[in-house]
Design a protein around this ligand. Structure first.
Ligand code: HEM
Length: 427
């Protein structure tokens, strides 16, 4: 079997399947062979070129002209006609937001919309995040057992995301219902019989996002990021387009919500699996910020991202034809020993932990990274302070939504002895 440039495809490359098997079990470990032997390979099952070493992944992120992000929100699995007809019925038209926008349109839009992400603006959200987390912990602290995803880690980032975007409270419930469909629609491999149901939810999500946006337009005075964009639109209609606003209203929820929920879940699971590290941060909370970086490196929530080559080019010496679609595996880069010493060791004092590529790199690097960091830090601060004796419920099975890019366990059970809660012993 040959790749599109006429070179033979290796057995490992031919076997690569990101929707099942080794990649789903241990994404960075499943690509060790590639980092060592074939760091850029063509996957016939996916029809993507896969890039796995740190320097190569970073180089692709850095050059958004040669490697366009135009395909970032495309369906990785094309839908059947019936599912496409459902999407058409809802006038589904996910377009360019920021993450999938090319230059020269991208940078002026990113600059125009940056202010709400700056430190003074983000600081305004901190008391709300703290309050939400404390209330969730209050709800289960005396119980001695909790499923952290359903009871806190899903909920809080969603509420924060909706507040950040400026979605009116009364619409939170409906948007919450639809948002997971977007992940499967974009990064999953739904079976043909599932595709219609996914398309229904995606279509409804799209339609509802449009209605919420219209409501915001009637009174765009609120503090949300969407209202900020709506207010700018009359001054720069070519930069803040209607298509941008509608697409971001939908994609923004997923960008801000699932990413953060999954990253927090990964971090707590990892630290409880490395008990001595958990105890170290309980004893010294000043370690938490770097711990968050190290957890994002070790088990980030976006494990692979996409690009498309705009001309014939090369990555790490491998010829890539114009039009080639790339899967750039950030989690593999984050476990590349050519860049990180002992990459498979969780080291909360690692000096270069924040060089991870979990937020991407370069001109599209995640705009919400500091909001996400704040949320994960607050989760860890509150849990280590209030339930330091918490442990994972033994022998639980972790399940993951099969897809290329969004990674984190769907449930995380923890337990502790409430009689030993520090607040009871030391009220
Ligand atoms: C872009 C990851 C949280 C908003 C991105 C990209 C990644 C990413 C990989 C693409 C970067 C690139 O192409 O170089 C994450 C992770 C998060 C997170 C792992 C949580 C742990 C958030 C939050 C928000 C947000 C909370 C919003 C409040 C955005 C936006 C972009 C983006 C607007 C597009 C930036 C651009 O293209 O210029 N994020 N993200 N993200 N993210 Fe995040």
């Amino acid at each position: 079997r040959l790749d599109p440039t006429g070179c033979p495809v290796s057995a490992n490359a031919a076997a690569f399947d990101p929707f099942t098997g080794p990649y789903q079990e241990d994404p960075p470990g499943s690509l060790r062979w590639s980092r060592d032997e074939e760091p850029v390979f063509y996957s016939p099952k996916l029809d993507y070129w896969v890039v796995t070493r740190y320097e190569d992944v970073k180089a692709v992120f850095r050059d958004n002209i040669t490697f366009s992000p135009a395909n970032v929100l495309e369906k990785i699995t094309p839908f059947n006609d019936e599912a496409n007809a459902v999407l058409a019925k809802y006038n589904y038209a996910m377009g360019r937001t920021l993450v999938n926008e090319d230059e020269p349109a991208h940078m002026p839009r990113r600059r125009a919309l940056m202010e709400p992400f700056t430190p003074p603006h983000l600081a305004q959200h901190e008391p709300m995040v703290r309050k939400l987390v404390r209330e969730r912990v209050d709800s289960f602290i005396d119980r001695g057992k909790a499923e952290l995803v359903d009871e806190m880690l899903y909920e809080v980032p969603l509420t924060v995301a909706l507040h950040f975007l400026g979605v009116p409270e009364e619409d939170h419930e409906t948007l919450r219902k639809y948002s997971v469909a977007h992940t499967i629609n974009t990064w999953g491999r739904p079976a043909p019989e599932e595709q219609v149901a996914v398309a229904e939810n995606v279509g409804k999500f799209w339609q509802y996002a449009g209605e919420v946006l219209e409501k915001m337009r009637e009174d765009p005075s609120g503090p949300g990021w969407m209202q900020y964009g709506i207010r700018l639109q009359p001054q720069m209609p070519d930069i803040i387009t209607d298509s941008y606003l509608h697409s971001m209203m939908m994609a923004g929820i997923v960008a801000a919500h699932e990413t953060t929920a999954l990253a927090a879940t990964n971090a707590i699971k990892l630290l409880l699996e490395h008990r001595t590290l958990w105890e170290e941060i309980c004893a010294d909370p000043s370690l938490i910020p770097n711990t968050v970086e190290e957890c994002l490196r070790f088990a980030g929530s976006i494990i692979a991202w996409r690009r498309v080559a705009t001309k014939d080019t090369e990555i790490g010496g491998v010829k890539i034809p114009k039009g080639a679609k790339l899967l750039i595996v950030n989690t593999s880069a984050n476990h590349d020993e050519r860049f990180f010493d002992n990459p498979d060791e969780l080291d909360i004092r690692r000096e270069n932990a924040s060089d991870h590529l979990s937020f991407g790199y370069g001109s599209h690097q995640c705009m919400g990274k500091n909001l996400a960091r704040m949320e994960i830090q607050i989760f860890l601060e509150e849990l280590t302070k209030r339930i330091p004796h918490m442990e994972l419920v033994p022998d639980q099975e972790f399940t993951y939504l099969p897809n290329t890019s969004f990674r984190g366990p769907q449930h995380l059970w923890v337990q502790w002895d409430p009689a030993k809660n520090p607040e009871r012993e030391n009220p």
